[in-house]
Design a binder for this molecule. Structure first.
Ligand code: NAD
Ligand code: IPM
Ligand code: MN
Length: 354
């Protein structure tokens, strides 16, 4: 029988509120489609853990997680108590690097019945994937800080791109595009201003494109690309971007569909040498945490991506259908989408619809 072992890590803030809804829906899908879940909850990778232990995760976190099929993650960060770079480099960014999750896969889709902030857009007009490089680029530990506190203070942080790292994420993105109906890839660049790394990125895009003759491709500088997301979202099918550009595009895209609260992601290790991690795109939202009003759909859609990754395509499709059904009425939607549901109402309605 099919059995999946999953590390469940809620994290901070609304991560702790949306995670139970993600798990509720996972369990509903398991019952309906006849597979078993072995869920191991962890309290580390949170700022509460940091306040108790002086570190975000135990030194032996990898052993404690052990051999799992996937990680299901909420959100981390509580800037009032722990600086964001400490909490994030001590948790999520370690998972991405240590598990070599070099693809961050983030779908952007306007759902039926959901009010769109862009005038005149209907479902189908906004339906694309952001493929974000997830282990190198602008997120680098290479740099220095000299003469702190003096007038001669210097800070430097290098963007690191390796041919190995760029080529593998580009190949993943071109391959994804080759399986899509439109078969189109857009590359985010800034080779006019960032004149060493970005021309290299463009050059690798052309090299990898030659391996995928069935895929058309174009490129935009990141500044005008953000404008095109808003003005002409129908142009996009698969958008591949460096770590930082992909981070920005994957908040902007979902915002164009109504809210970042629905956006999911897969931090994927496509080689299968390590487990992949599934989490909403959003953070811990301290401004609404504790109120029970956060949108749980980003967490629930991430559960669907995780099941798809584990080979449970039917269960994943059922979750997506349930999300669409519930989001199509104002009573099913949370406040960020103009609805009246709270976190639990929305999660329960999706679980029941499965
Ligand atoms: P955020 O995503 O937490 O919140 C941005 C805005 O969107 C807030 O107004 C918030 O209320 C709203 N929002 C986010 N998710 C929502 C949801 N599910 N439903 C309704 N509204 C939602 O971003 P931020 O404020 O920049 O960051 C807060 C903390 O989270 C920081 O510590 C940051 O570093 C961290 N963070 C973590 C992750 C992650 O764990 N992957 C991602 C982004 C930010
Ligand atoms: C995301 C988040 C993280 C990132 C932060 C919290 C480090 O914004 O997952 O998009 O920049 O990757
Ligand atoms: Mn982000």
């Amino acid at each position: 029988s099919r059995r999946y072992s999953i590390a469940v890590i809620p994290g901070d803030g609304i991560g702790k509120e949306v995670m139970p809804e993600g798990v509720r829906v996972l369990e509903a899908a398991a019952r309906r489609f006849g597979f078993a879940l072995d869920l191991q909850w962890h309290d580390f990778a949170s700022c509460d853990y940091y306040l108790k232990h002086g570190e975000m995760m135990p030194q032996d976190w990898k052993a404690r997680i052990g051999k799992v099929d996937a990680l299901f993650f909420g959100a981390v960060g509580w800037p009032d108590t722990v600086p964001d770079h400490v909490s994030l480099w001590g948790s999520l960014l370690q998972f991405r690097r240590e598990y070599d999750q070099y693809v961050n896969l983030r779908p952007v889709r306007l759902m039926p019945g959901v009010p769109c902030p862009l005038a005149g857009r209907k479902p189908g007009d906004i339906d694309f994937w952001v493929v974000r490089e997830n282990t190198e680029g602008e997120y680098s530990a290479v740099g220095g800080h000299m003469f702190p506190g003096t007038e001669r203070e210097i800070v430097m942080q290098e963007t690191v791109m390796t041919r190995f790292g760029v080529d593998r994420v580009l190949r993943y993105a071109f391959d994804l595009a080759s399986k899509r109906e439109r078969g189109h890839l857009t590359s985010a660049t800034k080779s006019n201003g960032i004149a060493i790394t970005m021309p290299f990125w463009d050059q690798r895009v052309e090299a990898i494109a030659a391996e995928f003759p069935g895929v058309t491709h174009d490129k935009y500088h990141i500044d005008i690309l953000t404008a095109q997301f808003v003005l002409n979202p129908q142009r996009f099918d698969v958008v591949v971007a460096s770590n930082l550009f992909g981070d920005i595009l994957s908040d902007l895209g979902p915002a164009c569909t109504g809210t970042i609260g629905v956006a999911p992601s897969g931090n994927i290790n496509p080689d299968g040498t390590h487990p992949s991690l599934f989490e909403p795109v959003h953070g811990s939202a301290p401004d609404i945490a504790g109120k029970g009003i956060a949108n749980p759909v980003g967490q629930i859609w991430s559960a669907a991506m995780m099941l798809e990754h584990l080979g449970e395509a039917e269960a994943a499709a059922a979750i997506m259908a349930a999300i669409e059904a519930v989001l199509s009425t104002p009573a099913g939607r949370t406040g960020d989408l103009g609805g009246s549901a709270n976190t639990r109402d929305c999660g329960k309605a999706i679980a029941e619809s499965i």
